[in-house]
Design a binder for this molecule. Structure first.
Ligand SMILES: Nc1nc2c(ncn2[C@@H]2O[C@H](COP(=O)(O)OP(=O)(O)OP(=O)(O)O)[C@@H](O)[C@H]2O)c(=O)[nH]1
Ligand SMILES: [Mg+2]
Length: 360
């Protein structure tokens, strides 16, 4: 299952540009605001050096990376929560994603209109954050009204939910996003249906021009730090052009500039980190493949990601380390050296495990 991320930000911040860089999908990029009218979805493979290393051991097999789904959302402006700009449409799109990539314009270009005149990172970020906050206020107040009666006549569930809503509304009114309110797992569960926008984890994406980091992107970093959030600096337009090149030429470009990887690759990795997921690998059959599961997943449930009936048919998981495979070159040599761990039902899968599931 792909994890979903939404690109959120002011018009002309470069969301579609970054969407293209991520998915090489050729979204509409135009020098005028609101060029994206409807959210579009794309799939981006998750670049993974460990998968490449595993694949190098089995070059005859097909390499299958894990993927993320990215949604390019229409730009939002001040008042969007009240229907300004493209209004409420974007909000539904945000509600459906697991995490937010907040794209902040950090390039200056007189030919590309800024919806508020000129770049001002702090204000630009706050405009977006405020709209999300206002929308949550509206959603939660609506919910409070709907359950108030049930709570009054003593329905226990409703009373508990009401208390939670009151607490969250109080925070929102102070400008505190819900993700900063301490919540128990039960309370999180309770909020699933409402899917508040400010509960979603956020990664800031500073979209800089070809020259790279600048005073604006440094401000994004500062602001992200204040919020305890992550950030990535990306030369959106340049990376979009690179995404259109064949893989070999792209690698050549990176070598020439002494770069380890594309910024979009870092972006995907950082985005992954937001969701507390880990990656494990398999190489049985015709594919060398990466899989994603939440941190703390036990072996039978990890198996079920590959095939639903692996959970019931689970016998054991043979767990290998990539370094060992590289050293011994084959599963057989690894076995003879006693470097394969036979793990049972309670084994918690670790990031980087190479697993062979033995099923009945
Ligand atoms: N100079 C410069 N222009 C850029 C950069 N990144 C994007 N642009 C341009 O900015 C304009 C807007 O980019 P988009 O990606 O369409 O912006 P958007 O955030 O999707 O905008 P909406 O869909 O209207 O909300 C386009 O003309 C891009 O080519 C950059 O790093 N430098
Ligand atoms: Mg766009």
């Amino acid at each position: 299952m792909s994890r979903t991320f939404g690109l959120v930000g002011l018009p002309n911040a470069g969301k579609s540009t970054i969407f293209n860089a991520l998915t090489a999908a050729g979204a509409r990029v135009e020098p005028y605001p609101f060029s994206t009218l409807q959210a579009q979805k794309g799939v981006a493979p998750v670049p993974d050096p460990r998968l490449d290393r595993l694949h190098a051991l089995f070059p005859e097999k097909k390499k299958v990376p894990t993927t993320i789904e990215v949604v390019d959302i229409a730009g939002l402006v001040e008042g969007a929560s009240r229907g300004e700009g493209l209004g409420n449409q974007f909000l539904a799109d945000i509600r459906n994603v697991e995490a937010i990539l907040h794209v902040v314009r950090c390039f200056e270009d007189p030919d590309i209109a800024h919806p508020m005149g000129a770049v001002d990172v702090r204000r630009d970020v706050e405009v977006v954050e405020t709209e999300l906050l206002l929308k949550d206020l509206e959603t939660l107040e609506g919910r409070r009204e709907r359950i108030a009666k049930a709570a009054r006549i003593g329905d226990k569930e409703a009373r508990e939910e009401l208390a939670l809503l009151e607490r969250l509304l109080e925070a929102l009114k102070k400008g505190i996003p819900i993700r900063q309110v301490p919540l128990s797992p039960e309370e999180r569960e309770r909020l699933k249906g409402l899917a508040p926008l400010t509960l979603k984890p956020v990664l800031f994406v500073a979209n800089v021009g070809d020259a790279g980091e600048n005073e604006h992107s440094r401000r994004v970093a500062e602001l992200a730090r204040e919020r305890g959030a992550g950030w990535v600096v990306i030369r959106g337009r340049l990376e979009m052009e690179l995404a259109e090149l064949p893989e070999a030429e792209r690698r050549e470009f990176l070598r020439e500039y002494g770069l380890q990887e594309l910024a979009v690759e870092r972006l995907v990795r950082e985005a992954y980190r937001l969701l507390s997921v880990i990656t494990f690998y398999t190489f049985v059959g015709p594919e060398v493949r990466a899989w994603t599961v939440p941190m703390g997943t036990k072996a039978p449930d990890a198996g079920a990601v590959i095939h639903t009936d692996f959970r019931d048919r689970f016998v054991l998981a043979e767990v290998m380390r990539l370094e060992d495979l590289e050293h011994y070159r084959s599963e057989r040599a690894l076995r003879e050296a006693g470097r394969i761990v036979r793990a049972g039902r309670d084994y918690v899968v670790q990031d980087g495990d190479v697993i062979h599931f033995v099923v009945a």
